[in-house]
Design a binder for this molecule. Structure first.
Ligand code: MN
Length: 424
């Protein structure tokens, strides 16, 4: 059931941010510094103002990132959430609702703010936990008989990405340069990527870390996760195809990863847990789930061609399509002794469903560029062109309310000019 609030826009059945949600982010108003906020209805509640006014028992919100608050741990997360719910509930504590001056200072229309990176990314690891995606890509890169690598059904496969280029929704993404080997050529050329792509993913944000050499159970791993964001793992497929063996993606992925600006808490998603798909092969005991560890979050990818007004929905899928949960990925990550940190980000891997219109990358939707898409305006696309805009959206559907994630948007700008000494 929806928890009703006195804040404008919070009770609409299709609103992203009802009282049930309360996701955390970092925002600024023109000419002002960055502070932590929580989204409620059509507003951002300024948590720094609430903290300074003595209305929150939990501190850490005056910082320009959520890391300090996250590091306080599970009891502090629960206390802050309970207190915020009390302050914004229709029939809650009236101390904010009935104080016009304070209300004015705390609640800022979301249309008046700029969103920033919600947390400082300590490390970024990207996984490959979508079975349909792994099978589709494997079929294209290695043939149908080798589609799924032999370890895939046993290991949540991942690689270490770059924290330095994780950016918030709205950040312009520059087309990368790199080595590409055209299929009919013997040797590679240096060029802007011609096969720029997205990967629709779910990102887990760690609010607690581990010590080096200290492994975890899956249940313990789950407790370290503060919340989730939508994540677009931008990918250059031609660079990837040439470089990825034997160590996996490198330059094909390091140029940018976009995330949605609101971290939706694990607590808000609790009613939406679902069981993992049937295991094709028994998992080793250290990876077994103690209960349902996936979530039922509906996802969409929108694409707008350069110069066009309208988005086209190019994919609809769901996080329940994943084979491994973030908790399993995290347990696997730490089991060998890797230290995990507050602010670590784990990408799920591309989330594709079984149908063509539920695939989470253009590589799969256009099957390597062989089956072009027609977008609004009659524009045809195989991969992403300069000026195109890609938007990921998602929400969990409750009884009369939604837990929304907001948008994860990126527009592509042209590659850097090629210098003569690079190509002659
Ligand atoms: Mn990825």
């Amino acid at each position: 059931m929806i928890k009703t609030s006195w804040v404008g826009g919070a009770n609409a059945p299709e609103a992203d941010f009802p009282l049930n949600n309360l996701p955390y982010g970092v925002f600024s108003r023109a000419g002002e510094g960055l502070r932590c906020g929580v989204a409620i209805g059509d507003f951002v509640a300024d948590l720094a103002v609430l903290e300074t006014a003595g209305l929150l028992e939990v501190s850490g919100f005056t910082a320009p990132v959520l890391n300090g608050f996250m590091a306080r741990g599970k009891a502090a997360w629960a206390a802050a959430r309970a207190r915020l719910a009390e302050l914004f509930a229709q029939a809650g504590d009236p101390v904010l609702r009935d104080n016009a001056a304070l209300r004015e200072a705390v609640l800022i229309p979301r249309s008046d703010v700029t969103m920033h990176m919600p947390f400082a990314v300590a490390g970024y690891t990207d996984f490959y936990a979508g079975r349909h995606h792994a099978e589709n890509v494997g079929t294209m890169f290695r043939g149908a008989e080798n589609a799924l690598p032999p370890n895939w059904l046993s290991i949540p496969i991942g690689y270490n990405g770059r924290a330095s280029t994780v950016v918030v929704s709205g950040t312009e993404i520059r087309r990368p340069l790199g080595q590409i080997k055209p299929p009919d050529a013997e040797l590679p050329v240096f060029s802007p990527t011609k096969r720029l792509d997205i990967e629709l993913e779910f990102g887990a944000v760690l609010g607690q870390g581990t010590e080096m050499g200290a492994p975890l159970t899956v249940a313990e791993a789950d407790e370290l996760i503060f919340g989730y964001v939508l994540l677009n793992d931008w990918s250059a497929r031609d660079i990837q195809a040439w470089e990825y063996q034997p160590l996996g993606p490198f330059q094909a992925k390091v140029f940018a990863t976009s995330i949605s600006p609101w971290v939706v808490t694990r607590e808000a998603l609790e009613p939406f847990r679902v069981a993992a798909p049937k295991r094709a092969r028994p998992l080793l005991p250290y990876l077994r789930e103690p209960g349902p560890m996936l979530y039922d979050v509906q996802l969409e990818v929108h694409m707008r061609a350069a110069g066009q007004e309208q988005d086209t929905v190019i994919s609809r899928t769901n996080t329940r399509e994943l084979y491994y949960s973030a908790a399993q990925q995290l347990a696997h990550h730490a089991i060998g002794g890797c230290k995990m940190s507050v602010g670590d980000l784990l990408g799920s891997g591309t989330i594709s469903g079984p149908e063509k219109d539920s695939r989470g990358s253009l590589l799969e939707i256009t099957w390597g560029g062989k089956e072009p898409l027609t977008l609004s305006g009659g524009v045809e696309r195989r991969f992403i062109e300069d000026g195109d805009t890609l938007t990921l959206t998602g929400f969990a559907q409750g009884d009369g309310y939604r837990i929304g994630f907001g948008n994860c948007v990126g527009t592509i700008s042209p590659a850097p000019a090629l210098r003569p000494e690079w190509i002659e």
